[in-house]
Design a protein around this ligand. Sequence first.
Ligand SMILES: Cc1cc2nc3c(=O)[nH]c(=O)nc-3n(C[C@H](O)[C@H](O)[C@H](O)COP(=O)(O)OP(=O)(O)OC[C@H]3O[C@@H](n4cnc5c(N)ncnc54)[C@H](O)[C@@H]3O)c2cc1C
Length: 330
Amino acid sequence: MEETDLIIIGTGPTGMFATFCAGLREINSITLESLDTYGGQMLELYPEKIVYDVQAVPKMKAVDLSNKMYEQSMLFKKRIEFNSKVTDIIPENNRFTIEVNNEKKYSSKAVLICGGVGDFHPNKLNVDGEEQYEGKGLYYAVKSVDDFKGKTVAVIGGGDSAFDYQMQLSPVCKKTYIIQHNNTFKAAESSVDAVKRDSKAEIIMNTDVKKINGDGNTVKNIELFDNTNKTSRTLEVDAVVVAIGYKVNPSVFKSLKIETTNRYIKVDHNYKTSIDGVYAAGDIANVTDENKFALIAVGGAEAYIAINNIKKYISPNASLFGGHSSSLNL
Ligand SMILES: Cc1cc2nc3c(=O)[nH]c(=O)nc-3n(C[C@H](O)[C@H](O)[C@H](O)COP(=O)(O)OP(=O)(O)OC[C@H]3O[C@@H](n4cnc5c(N)ncnc54)[C@H](O)[C@@H]3O)c2cc1C
């Protein structure tokens, strides 16, 4: 089993900044991410939205912010392992055995959990053709609006994500459809009104997608069933965005008897959990069960505090504050 001083779980904004801070404090660390890429919610849920409330960044697309954060996390050439879901944390002899994808892989002195709301898996339509055309005209998020330029796109779903995607896509698309399986929308009323006013948009209600058809390389049309009239029809589209929610698997580490509130891992003001050597920061952690400010900047500050306390935990003679980064000459 490989030994290290610190395992950081997650590469959302909190885990990425923690990775950078671990470098700043010269902590021997490895960061583990269950998905195949970094960015957490920023990349999985709203890559094309503009974020305005991160210090020194007046406005930036979440995907670009995510790339900047990754660049910063790599400043000290720290190691990040993707496709590495932490499935258990086992306390053993004052250390922690880290199980990755159900195999014992690392032994670490300390752990920092930045698992956010968990790892995300988009809900699927479960219809014929979906698997075949995934990534070939069928997507579960809009990662780059440019990929949809000039296309006719069907967005499936009636929540905020579906409407956000439609509004991002409409300016570059030939036509967009919103297809909702029932007669109500969960999206904000203002978004629904905006789409109703959009002359290039059409809303199709009470209709299920039954099949995705294509030429083997890309989507060509979708088969619909109207639940009101009980009729079927084919709709010509170039792309489909399925936005019917995500399954989120919250981080559960069965061997770690950690104190939690209803919604969070409970931490103290140093972001230490109820177990010595285990810290948590970002959306997953809170001092009480009250709503926390689940924000990028907040997670970053928490990661900073946690890492400095972890430094002291690992090396009791080290100072708590490592000094200003402006004194470095990198
Ligand atoms: C639609 C939307 C818009 C938002 N807009 C803003 C905004 O404008 N400004 C702002 O400040 N905040 C915004 N937020 C909130 C912000 O995105 C979150 O506060 C932030 O992403 C939390 O970061 P995190 O790193 O703590 O968690 P996450 O971003 O959730 O990242 C956690 C990471 O940990 C990984 N992970 C989880 N469990 C494991 C495991 N067991 N093993 C390995 N990896 C694991 C996940 O795959 C994920 O990559 C928005 C959120 C949403 C949903």
